[in-house]
Ligand binder design. Sequence first.
Ligand code: ADP
Ligand code: 5GP
Length: 190
Amino acid sequence: MARVFVITGPSGVGKGTLIRGLMQRFPELELSVSATTRGPRAGERDGVDYYFLEPEEFERLIAAGEFVEHADYAGRRYGTLRSELADRVRTGTPVVLEIEVQGARQVREAMPEAVLVFIAPPSLEELRSRLSGRATDDEAEVERRLRVAEGELEARREFGHVVVNDRLEDALEQLTQILARELGHAPGRD
Ligand code: ADP
Ligand code: 5GP
């Protein structure tokens, strides 16, 4: 039974929000903490939201083969450390990765048993409004992310599951059904 779940899709589509909902419904699910070279946003904590690394340290870890996948996104580096997955895969602990499309492709190659879900926005206009509404990125960064999103949206067909995050509750329900099937049981809490 699949135990590695990859939630991918453009920035601002609602991946993080949906994953928080999933983790409430499936308390055994653990989140893989990614490494990044971008700086922390207000309230983000090192080792909890991300491992915030200097570019040199990130490069050193790539050279040492420490990443399952890594990618450049909007001028920064992001990646999943092998150490985030190894023990969980060994013990069968279900783990969820929230990563962009290039990384999701690499996981698909490296771990064919992983379940990949692409989260799509109802429209680019709605994506823009969510990115601006989140108020974590300035206008230039929002534009950069939207430009990347146009390419990412073309990749949706590559993934086994596509969930359109229009109404949050509907999208969460669809994701819950995918996980329930893969984990072999109904959600523990609602
Ligand atoms: P991501 O993790 O994909 O970058 P977030 O989870 O941070 O996206 O969501 C981006 C913004 O959109 C947040 O402000 C979130 O509250 C909002 N949001 C998420 N899902 C929906 C939805 N279905 N309808 C409206 N707003 C949403
Ligand atoms: P943000 O800067 O908004 O936290 O993340 C930007 C993008 O990078 C998002 O699409 C997010 O899903 C993605 N991302 C976060 N962690 C990783 C990772 O470990 N690997 C890859 N490939 N992408 C990631």
